[in-house]
Design a protein around this ligand. Structure first.
Ligand code: N01
Length: 537
């Protein structure tokens, strides 16, 4: 217990939110609208979460801007002009700042405020939250809106501290930028981030060395500016756009072609593959034959189609083969959307290093040493991804009933009910573990609405504590574990979704295995039934 003078300085709220990304901002808006007192803390010096931190050149949406924006305010929808079909980071950050200003959210946000610990005080059924600077606050409800991909991961390469040049992780790209002009730059990682970054900087640097461990199926984004007429049409049809998104499994505005790729003639199949190839964004994935998204011959056909596209882009056939994925199938990971990625490897100043063939052994003062060679570099960029979902929770010391830590509880993967709550951690909502993959804001808005309705329901009934039943948690966790070992496309690749990118991390699905649509319907049923599977008292 802190001494009484410190105790008096502890601010009290109905809810504390951690994270000022798209989820946290919306949760703040909704909770305040319902009359709750709220405080939101974020480590960053600005709002935006992912869109604040990921300032690397090329960072951009892979969902259409107008399907990603918030849907809750018609005024916001009508006044905001998206510039690009797939907005770049600066535009998205401007948008989220506009939202924070428009809805007067900043008064309840404390930036540059990293949460160090959160401790559940059983006698009061309240969470005690402490920041790095020692400031403490307390609230009945704790909403962890810490993001799926926010705990950036730098592999533990020996010798990094000896490197004489500059280095950074893409998820911590400095606001003032990195000085890359005329430099010898190494990029480690060829996931969505590396694939966006590489073509943006290739023309600016003197030499670019790309260290690839696993090649991906990258598809052309085909971004373009939104013209005035299209802008008008988008604004007039928002209701229709969001309706379409709400009916699709992942919150995108596309529906699968209900035909199997294998029931049409080879010519018709090829014609559709080629036609979709010329279209923007995820149409190639989500408006394709439905079975392209399932293990089996249709997926094999499409994977082979994409391999042929990669081979056509890259002039040197041996280099092309290094860029062609062979160890996993299309759609087992979210496909990176590219803008000139493959063509970059035809440039004289770009080198591809296959680190599966010759692994990185260490960082030296002058650059990177692989098993086969030394690469002299002025700058190293780590596009090496994230300790997904649990990483951001683990970086805080969250303690529930009996002093149990969430870190221990989630050591074998999240043990939750619906991803939302865990036994032993009452009144804590882990929103980042409850988000199925998909079009982020479309997935998050209904989830936040559900949690805020639940909190309002508790206030109405004068309940002070909510936690899952042990049976509900057990059943859900088993459901996730079963999906984690089932032979599906999703489990067929070593991705962050399974924790497979972090050495020693349990291989378990980190997001609900069910689609966003299924999760929304399931949550609605649970709320209607009086929150079956939860104990409210
Ligand atoms: O991270 P990743 P990301 N030695 O984990 C490599 C979203 N996103 O930041 O594949 C050598 O996918 C690693 O190799 P491997 C999107 O959902 C969206 O790129 O593990 N290499 C891989 O190549 C995406 O899925 C957008 O063999 C090492 C790379 O680093 C998610 O974020 C834009 C290594 C990491 O790829 C994550 O994408 C960007 C090592 N020790 C991201 N460790 C949009 O378009 C790791 N790698 C909206």
């Amino acid at each position: 217990m802190p001494p009484p003078e410190q105790e008096a300085a502890v601010e009290q709220f109905d809810a504390i939110i951690i994270g000022a990304g798209v989820t946290g901002l919306y949760a703040l808006y909704r909770l305040r609208e319902r009359g709750f007192s709220v405080r939101l803390f974020d480590e960053g010096a600005g709002v935006g979460g992912t869109w604040y931190w990921n300032r690397y050149p090329g960072a951009r949406f892979d969902s259409e801007s107008y399907t990603y924006g918030y849907s809750f305010s018609e005024e916001l929808l009508q006044e905001w002009d998206w510039q690009d079909h797939y907005a770049g980071q600066p535009e998205v950050e401007r948008y989220l700042n506009h939202v924070a200003d428009k809805f007067d959210l900043r008064q309840d946000i404390r930036l540059s405020s990293r949460v160090r610990s959160a401790t559940y005080r059983e006698a009061e059924a309240r969470w005690d939250v402490q920041l790095d600077n020692g400031l403490r606050s307390r609230a009945r409800f704790l909403v962890a809106a810490v993001g799926i991909l926010s705990a950036h991961y730098v592999p533990d390469f020996e010798g990094l501290e000896s490197f004489e040049g500059a280095w950074c992780h893409t998820g911590r790209w400095p606001a003032e930028g990195m000085d890359l002009a005329g430099k010898r730059v190494g990029v480690i990682g060829t996931g969505s981030t590396g694939v966006q970054l590489v073509p943006e900087i290739a023309g600016e640097v003197s030499a670019l060395t790309v260290f690839q461990r696993t090649p991906n199926y990258c598809v052309p984004l085909r971004n373009r500016p939104i013209d005035a007429q299209t802008q008008q049409r988008i604004k007039a049809t928002y209701a229709d756009i969001f309706q379409k998104c709400s009916q699709s499994p992942g919150g995108f505005m596309y529906q699968f072609d209900q035909r199997s790729a294998m029931e049409v003639s080879p010519e018709e199949r090829q014609e559709q593959f080629e036609r979709l190839w010329m279209e923007p964004g995820f149409t190639k994935w989500l408006a394709n034959f439905y079975d392209v998204m399932m293990s089996g011959p249709a997926n094999e056909q499409y994977s082979e189609f994409l391999r042929s596209k990669i081979r056509a882009y890259v002039e040197d056939p041996i280099l092309a083969e290094t860029l062609v994925p062979n160890d996993h199938m299309f759609s087992s990971k979210r496909p990176p959307c590219e803008n000139g990625y493959y063509e970059v490897f035809n440039r004289a100043n770009v080198t591809l290093v296959d680190v599966r063939e010759a692994p990185i052994e260490r960082i030296t003062p002058k650059g990177i040493r692989t098993r086969d060679a030394d690469y002299e570099l002025d700058v190293i960029v780590f596009a090496t991804g994230y300790d997904a979902v649990t990483g951001a929770l683990d970086r805080m010391d969250i303690r529930g009933e009996g002093g149990q830590t969430l870190r221990e509880k989630f050591a074998g993967g999240p043990r939750t009910y619906l991803g939302i709550q865990s036994v032993g951690f009452p009144n804590l909502f882990t929103l980042n573990a409850a988000q199925p993959g998909g079009n982020y804001v479309r997935v998050v808005e209904p989830l936040v609405d559900w949690v805020v309705d639940c909190i309002a329901h508790m206030r109405e009934r004068e309940f002070t504590r909510i936690s899952p039943t042990p049976g509900a948690e057990e059943e859900w966790t088993n459901h996730v574990l079963a999906a984690s070992v089932a032979k599906t496309l999703r489990t067929g690749a070593d991705s962050w979704l399974l924790g497979a990118n972090i050495p020693g991390k349990a291989r378990v699905l980190l997001s609900p295995p069910d689609s966003a649509l299924e999760m929304r319907l399931r949550r609605a049923q649970i709320a209607e039934s009086g929150y079956a599977g939860f104990l409210l008292c």
